[in-house]
Design a protein around this ligand. Structure first.
Ligand code: ADP
Length: 445
């Protein structure tokens, strides 16, 4: 400001001096007037340069000048730089925030006060079948046409809906929750709860199945106990009842045993890769059990099973010894239990070309119809219910096999022809095998 006043006085002084020099007093006043006019014109020119720069959107360099206008444009430029930096910062933060929401496993939809979509992330688009760009500004009620959602939208709160991509083979259930924010706006969150609902249904079925399995032998046992308590029975009859009671108790015992095996397998850490069990040891135990079971089941039937056990290879398998034993015994005992007396059972080992080892149990039993094959490993799934019960089956054997096989990175292969027999095989991966001779074991991952 000081510069402005001093330049004005200098101009006046210069004008007055020049006027005095030209025409004394009259010239002095004219000189003063002209100097003031010239100073004002120069000032207007400077102001116009600043105005032009402002009008051009402050894109170029600000006009370089001294004095008040120079300082004015300089301060404006600094403010503008500060402002654009803040805009950039908030843009960057917004972009990061949106990226974080995009990365979320939840669907997020922002709705305005009228229920129009302002923004949604990719997960929400997948859940509801939206097109992120095309459906922006669309009314949510027109896009999600589910009565549950309509009620939830009207009253607020949460609902569980069927997702857009839902199909018989690939169900999709969504938990949706609406939260109010701002002035009448809403935040809609969606979450895929298909697996949770399936697990809950499985848990319910499982409890129902276990209760059912236990209820039957318990009812029989209670009936016999009442009979024994209330009726004076002959010794032979009494012995027969006690035998039947012992059978029912054994049935419950094996059910509890299999349930505990399953829960132990599910709850324990993955099998170790440095615990080796020789195939010969596993095969010997299977042969022993199969022989005992076969004699028990075929006793008094005139014919026995023809059991054939090929010699086990010189190999060891890495993993849990008890789990491997349980899985292989289950396959062998199933073959014995389902094959009628006189039928044959063949247990074999085969090295596959890619270094895998296959353990197989082939029988000449009743076989399984193709429609049952995919469900055989489900808990309590039985094809021949009465045969299973008669021979002490719990319906959990193949479920245990499936778990053990998965935990050992192996594969369960089932081939069966109705009326001709079945072949159940476990294929062990190369990484879990080694020769039992002195050769070094293949490197384990
Ligand atoms: P279970 O205790 O009833 O044998 P599993 O889970 O071991 O239960 O087997 C499931 C069903 O698969 C059995 O009920 C039976 O119907 C069928 N199954 C299993 N193994 C054989 C086999 N070797 N031959 C014919 N059917 C079999």
């Amino acid at each position: 400001m000081w510069l402005r006043f001093s330049s004005f006085f200098l101009f006046l002084l210069g004008g007055a001096g020049a006027g005095w020099f030209v025409a004394r007093w009259p010239g002095t006043s004219a000189g003063l007037l002209l100097a003031a006019l010239a100073w004002w014109l120069l000032d207007v020119l400077r102001a116009m340069r600043v105005l032009r720069w402002l009008r051009d959107g402050q894109t170029g360099e600000p006009p370089r000048m001294r004095g008040m206008w120079g300082e004015f444009s300089d301060r404006l430029r600094r403010q503008q730089r500060h402002h654009s930096q803040r805009v950039q910062d908030s843009d960057r933060r917004l972009a990061q925030f949106l990226q974080a929401i995009q990365a979320s496993s939840n669907g997020v939809v922002l709705l305005d006060a009228e229920g129009r979509i302002e923004w949604c992330n990719q997960m929400a688009a997948m859940h509801f079948g939206f097109d992120e760009e095309r459906d922006r500004r669309q009314l949510i009620g027109n896009l999600v046409r589910d009565p549950e959602f309509t009620a939830c939208y009207a009253q607020g709160g949460a609902a569980t809906l069927t997702g857009r991509g839902d199909s018989a083979g690939r169900p999709m259930r969504l938990a949706v929750r609406l939260h109010e924010y701002g002035e009448g706006k809403r935040l809609m969150l969606s979450n895929d709860v298909t697996a949770l609902e399936q697990a809950e249904a499985m848990r319910r079925d499982f409890v129902a199945n276990v209760s059912h399995e236990i209820r039957t032998p318990l009812t029989v046992l209670t009936g016999f106990v009442e009979t024994l308590q209330s009726l004076p029975l002959e010794e032979a009859e009494r012995a027969r009842y006690l035998e039947l009671m012992s059978q029912q108790a054994a049935r419950m015992q094996s059910l509890v045993h299999d349930l505990l095996t399953l829960s132990r397998i599910e709850g324990s850490p993955p099998p170790r890769k440095d615990e080796w069990t020789s195939a010969q040891e596993l095969a010997a135990l299977c042969a022993q059990e199969a022989g005992a079971l076969s004699s028990l089941l075929t006793a008094g039937q005139g014919a026995a099973h023809q059991l054939r056990f090929d010699p086990a290879p010189d190999m060891a398998v890495a993993g849990s010894r008890s789990e491997l034993q349980s899985a292989m015994s289950n396959l062998v005992s199933n073959a014995v239990r389902y094959t009628p007396a006189g039928g044959s059972i063949h247990v074999a080992w085969q090295g596959l070309p890619d270094g895998q080892l296959e353990f197989s149990v082939t029988d000449t039993g009743p076989g399984v119809a193709p429609e049952h094959l995919p469900r055989l490993t489900e808990r309590f799934y039985r094809v021949d219910r009465s045969r299973s019960r008669e021979t002490g089956g719990t319906g959990l054997g193949l479920a245990i096999v499936k778990h053990v096989v998965q935990r050992h990175a192996a594969e369960l292969r089932v081939q069966s022809t109705l009326g001709r027999g079945s072949r159940f095989a476990i294929v062990f991966p190369k990484q879990r095998l080694r020769r039992t001779s002195s050769e070094p074991a293949p490197a384990l991952q």
